[in-house]
Write a protein that binds this ligand. Structure first.
Ligand code: NAP
Length: 334
């Protein structure tokens, strides 16, 4: 089997570390692995498949080597600066930040939803926002069959969505210490505030869900969102209210959802079975339950969708995109 030279930018971060775990678990065919982070981490040793690899500084010369694919997870500013440099040297970048997601010419990919778009890349492919990824996995099949008119998202997002800094704020908050990352205490609290506030009153996280959903579904659907940070360590939960143009049978909707690869229906309320954050930690699937009719509108349903934000919401989705690339490898430029 052909092997590839892979770079990870942000290898010391929460998502970067999970890239390594996922690459190893899925036995991704790697010839050489280059681990990059800020100057603070130079020389740190990280183990991959039992081999010690030294972290190098990400800089303008990092991509002068023969690298096929670079997985970026070092924040928007770093991506904006270094992804174009990497792409100009023939590297295909799969970027986890929000820097390029809404650029028309850059594909925004969830492999279960729009894998075909991956080939429209010009060297950079964007990985969507974590809450958007888990939400569009059930939406695609429903839109195809029943034509979605409107979506209302309400999210309950884990602190690991803010990297190690978010986890530290929750752990320290539980000991009574003041927050360093969030504007308020997160322990025992819910913050309706993820990312910065925009002119229209939405937070940037809410706007990302709205804009990215339309781009991935290739549809100018009506979407609104309220994103809330909750004192949960791992996995985001999203309540999704959907209005369709067409009529539907609720049992058929459950069957439609069960037919989607990577989506697991957990929906047996008589036995108290529904998706929960604690159960999805460490898993790659998206879980859906509480599937029920919204009786306040003509053709509406409610869903409860849960996924591990660091895995399917970030690392796993990114590695799946890289897998799409190597599956369709058409020579040196993939
Ligand atoms: P994190 O734990 O804070 O890690 C940040 C990583 O970026 C570290 O490896 C850090 O290296 C590196 N970095 C920071 N500044 C750098 C610079 N100037 N040059 C090179 N590397 C630099 O954060 P994270 O949760 O892994 O998130 C990283 C990115 O993934 C963000 O863009 C985030 O939006 C995105 N993302 C996160 C999630 C999530 O749920 N956490 C989900 C989807 C996407 P040092 O260790 O050397 O500082």
């Amino acid at each position: 089997m052909k092997k590839y030279n892979i770079a990870i930018a942000g290898a010391t971060g929460l998502v970067g570390q999970t890239f390594l775990q996922v690459l190893e678990e899925r036995n991704f065919p790697i010839e050489n692995l280059y681990l990059m982070a800020s100057s603070r981490s130079v020389g740190k040793i990280i183990k991959y498949k039992g081999e010690n690899i030294k972290v190098e500084e990400l800089n303008e010369n990092s991509f002068d080597k023969d690298i096929d694919i670079a997985l970026f997870s070092a924040g928007g500013e770093v991506s904006r600066k270094f992804s174009p440099i990497a792409a100009s040297k023939g590297v295909i970048v799969v970027d986890n930040s929000s820097a390029f997601r809404m650029v028309d010419s850059i594909p925004l990919i969830v492999p279960e939803v729009n894998p075909e778009d991956v080939w429209n890349h010009n060297g950079i492919i964007a990985n969507p926002n974590c809450s958007t990824i888990q939400s569009v996995v059930p939406l695609k099949v429903l839109d195809k069959k029943y034509k979605i008119k409107r979506i209302i998202y309400s999210t309950y997002q884990a602190v690991s969505g803010s990297g190690f800094a978010g986890i530290k704020d929750l752990e320290n908050g539980l000991k009574g210490e003041a927050p360093e990352n969030y504007p308020h205490q997160i322990a025992g609290n819910c913050l309706p505030h993820i990312d910065v506030f925009l002119e229209n009153g939405n937070t940037k996280e809410e706007q990302k869900m709205i804009d990215e959903t339309k781009k991935i579904l290739r549809k100018d659907v009506r979407v609104t969102a309220t994103c809330v940070r909750v004192p949960v360590l791992h996995s985001h939960s999203v309540s999704i209210n959907i209005e369709f143009e067409k009529t539907f049978d609720i049992n058929q909707i459950r069957k439609d959802l069960a037919s989607v690869k990577g989506l697991v229906v957990e929906d047996d309320v008589k036995k108290n079975i529904y998706p929960m954050a604690i159960n999805s930690k460490g898993k790659d699937e998206v879980f859906v339950g509480r599937v029920r009719r919204d009786e306040s509108v003509e053709n509406g349903i409610n869903l409860w969708v849960v996924a591990d934000n660091i895995r399917k919401g970030a690392a796993t989705n990114t590695v799946q995109i890289a897998e799409l690339l190597i599956a369709g490898d058409r020579g040196r430029k993939l």
